[in-house]
Design a protein around this ligand. Structure first.
Ligand code: SAM
Length: 243
């Protein structure tokens, strides 16, 4: 997989994507990630990328042209590698809410291009021209799209083969199948007067599985009734029978 990020802060994105699990996977070349400076595509001497909004109002709006030219160059580079036109996502507070389901869907694609806005946002015309979709990472406003693009890139890349040491790991995690994850414990057995639940020390795999499933359901029900509402009831039956 290849991910390109078009941004005014390529160093910020590059630094984050060079750390930890994703950074190690990037070094092993399990995927390609390229961060591009939108400012390099301006046509004015000052390298200005924004202007006042038509109709007035506070703040500045990013011009269409440098974003368009930057994206066209990224598309060209992808095609040069024999890849299809990347799936282009504009990070916007007004986009569709991001989810694990969307991460799974995007992880199936060969290449993604994530475009980060700044200031008051981006001239709508370039979004209309290029975007396959707009994604919001939550109902709040960030100063720029970089953190949002990094959230999308991280959640998609960790699903690529070889990135996680245990490929099954993510299938038990929160949101994979509509439930929150069960509580986790590690050594010592007693910490601060609190003991690890006995069942986890029993070595009885089936009972541990049943306990975890029950904990996951209970957590989802109490913490996220909205998710619990959508959880398929036939899955509930299966887990009851397993117990
Ligand atoms: N005026 C815009 C609005 O009200 O929707 C917000 C602009 S915000 C200050 C600047 C940039 O941050 C946006 O162009 C977008 O790229 C990014 N951004 C802010 N909040 C976001 C969110 N929740 N999800 C994704 N991107 C976001």
């Amino acid at each position: 997989m290849r991910i390109d990020i078009a941004t005014l802060f390529p160093q910020m994105c590059d630094t984050v994507m060079s750390e930890s699990i994703i950074g190690r996977a990037r070094k092993k070349e399990l995927f390609e990630l390229h961060c591009h400076q939108i400012r390099d595509y301006t046509l004015n001497k000052q390298k200005q990328v924004d202007d006042y909004p038509y109709g007035g109002g506070c703040g500045m709006v990013m011009n269409a042209q440098p974003i368009y030219d930057c994206c066209m160059e990224i598309i060209r580079q992808n095609q040069e590698q024999g890849r299809p036109r990347p799936h282009i996502i504009f990070m916007t507070a007004a986009g569709q809410p991001y989810s694990q389901q969307k991460a799974k869907e995007l992880a199936q694609k060969d290449n993604l291009l994530l475009v980060c806005g700044h200031y008051e946002g981006i001239d709508e015309r370039v979004i209309e021209e290029l975007a396959d979709e707009e994604i919001s990472i939550g109902d709040y406003v960030l100063t720029g799209g970089e953190l949002a693009a990094l959230v999308v890139a991280d959640s998609v890349l960790r699903l690529q083969e070889g990135v996680l040491s245990d490929p099954e790991g993510y299938q038990e995690e929160s949101h994979w199948n509509g439930l929150l994850e069960y509580p986790q414990y590690t050594r010592p057995e007693v910490w601060n007067g609190k003991a690890v639940p006995q069942i986890l020390l029993s070595g009885h795999h089936a009972n541990i599985q049943a306990w975890r499933q029950q904990q996951a359901q209970q957590r989802t029900q109490t913490r996220r009734p909205d998710l619990w509402e959508k959880y398929p009831k036939e899955n509930l039956e299966t887990s009851k029978k397993k117990k």
